[in-house]
Design a protein around this ligand. Structure first.
Ligand code: ZN
Length: 296
């Protein structure tokens, strides 16, 4: 079956986040259609594991959100699974990736650091040599960045991204541009934990996507990682597809059309988030539409 989700909006001082597909207790997606209407994704994961191909695991593995940055976000890093388990009450670590939905003409963001070893890293942090430490890269619409745990990163003002990540909400704030809130307070930083988890040297992996041309569709595979695989389907016309995965998570990023499952036709449009459960073996996409597809 197809399950449409109601996004959870979270206002932030720097903009906002739409948690599109989430089973995290800090913001659960609610099913909008069908016989499970009104249930949360977390409830379905607990009670109907068959919808997810019966895969094991205590927590639903992924979280998908759209992040709208009106201001520069604080510079941050996420722990890996092992560190988070010990230091964050059994939370998962967080490896994530970004698909750039929109950005300024001269858009950029922070991705990685310039330190070559731990001593250099600690020194630059302690001396506040942020310009020297933080690596800036330019971005454009449609770019994809893989951000393994331990990678320092930050979005800048004017960037809209789709984030696909492990189901975790653990973030260590390394630097916040010394900004003060309306009460004159600095935001809390997590310097020691950041130092513990930052990977040296930084990944500098330019993703070379694998592009496959099908009839009426271009499929771009951005990443195949231990945590998730992410692809883009660009459909123009009608295309018959198969689902060989326990479940498929989809986020419509452009255009609109129809998703047909055994003759049951579901209109889909930009901004929709939905899941195809394990029982959907084949489906048809029709229209002029771009979808980011994620699965484990
Ligand atoms: Zn992050």
């Amino acid at each position: 079956m197809i399950l449409f989700f109601e996004p959870v909006y979270k206002e932030k001082i720097w903009g906002g986040e739409y948690w599109g597909i989430s089973a995290h207790p800090n913001g659960q997606s609610i099913i909008k259609n069908g016989k499970y209407k009104g249930k949360t994704l977390g409830e379905l994961w607990e009670e109907h594991r068959e919808l997810f191909g019966g895969i094991t695991g205590e927590k639903f593995p992924l979280l998908i959100k759209t992040i709208d940055a009106n201001k520069d976000l604080s510079v941050q890093v996420h722990p890996g699974d092992e560190y988070a388990k010990v230091h964050e009450n059994g939370e998962l670590g967080k490896t994530e990736c970004w698909y750039i939905l929109d950005c300024k003409a001269d858009g950029d963001l922070i991705y990685g650091i310039n330190a070559n070893n731990k001593r250099e890293l600690d020194e630059m942090i302690d001396r506040g040599q942020w310009d020297k430490l933080l690596r800036n890269i330019s971005i454009k619409k449609g770019d994809f960045l893989y951000i393994p745990s331990g990678t320092v990163h930050a979005l800048k003002a004017g960037t809209l991204v789709l984030e696909i990540q492990q189901n975790s909400d653990t973030t260590y704030r390394l630097y916040d541009y010394n900004r003060r809130d309306e009460n004159g307070n600095l935001r809390e930083l997590h310097i020691e934990k950041s130092k513990d988890v930052i990977e040296i040297p930084s990944v500098n992996k330019k993703i070379t996507p694998e592009v496959t041309e099908l009839d009426n569709m271009t499929r771009t595979r951005f990443i195949e990682s231990p945590y998730f695989t992410v692809e883009r389907y660009e459909v123009k016309g009608k295309v018959n597809l198969k689902n060989n995965h326990p479940f498929m998570l989809m986020s419509v990023t452009e255009g609109g059309g129809v998703l047909d499952i055994d003759g049951e036709r579901h209109p889909i449009t930009k901004g929709d988030y939905f899941m195809l459960s394990s029982d959907v073996n084949k489906f048809i996409l029709e229209g002029n539409i771009s979808i980011i597809v994620s699965y484990v």
